[in-house]
Design a protein around this ligand. Structure first.
Ligand code: HEC
Length: 139
């Protein structure tokens, strides 16, 4: 069944390529700064929004799930930059921290799927440490 959907997704992608040109096939991530701006900056900061919702007395799991879906996509896009050379700092650290964001976003996603508040908050904390470490070394 999974395979079937994967194939379906592939065909949709193919159709997209025909309509919009080859840029879709490469599925290049947005530029790094844009990922930060669109997902983690100011009012659009989904990290803060997820944390706040988790800390609320009556956690709105549907709302949190929508946010963590976006979070997963953003983290995946960050991992797609793992092999690029950072503007500042060492490539090794950059790769490690990019991949770490992806791994912790997966933990968050799994914990939210189980509606496990403690585990979700633990994942949020690890994600936070990853944001901070990367900014310290590479921003
Ligand atoms: C792999 C490294 C890395 C990780 C992980 C990372 N960041 Fe960043 N972030 C950067 C870099 C580098 C910049 C500066 C980019 C530039 O100016 O081109 C930046 C910029 C930003 C900005 C400024 C965007 C703007 O509008 O100018 C915000 C806000 C931000 N990050 C939030 C976060 C949050 C929140 C997280 C964790 C959920 C996070 N970042 C994780 C490397 C990272």
């Amino acid at each position: 069944m999974k395979r079937f959907f994967a194939l379906g997704g592939f065909l949709v992608l193919q159709a997209g390529v025909v309509m919009y040109g080859p840029s879709l096939l490469a599925a290049d991530p947005p530029p790094f700064l844009k990922i930060m701006e669109d997902n983690f900056s100011g009012k659009k900061n989904i990290h803060r929004a997820v944390k706040k919702s988790l800390e609320a007395d009556n956690a709105d799991w549907a709302g949190i799930t929508t946010l963590t879906k976006q979070y997963s996509t953003a983290a995946l896009q960050v991992t797609q930059h793992a092999k690029t050379k950072p503007e500042k700092g060492e490539s090794k650290s950059w790769e490690k921290l990019s991949m770490q964001l992806g791994a912790h976003a997966k933990e968050l996603d799994a914990a939210v799927t189980k509606k496990d508040k403690d585990k979700s908050l633990a994942a949020i904390e690890k994600l936070h440490e990853t944001c901070e470490a990367c900014h310290e070394n590479h921003r």
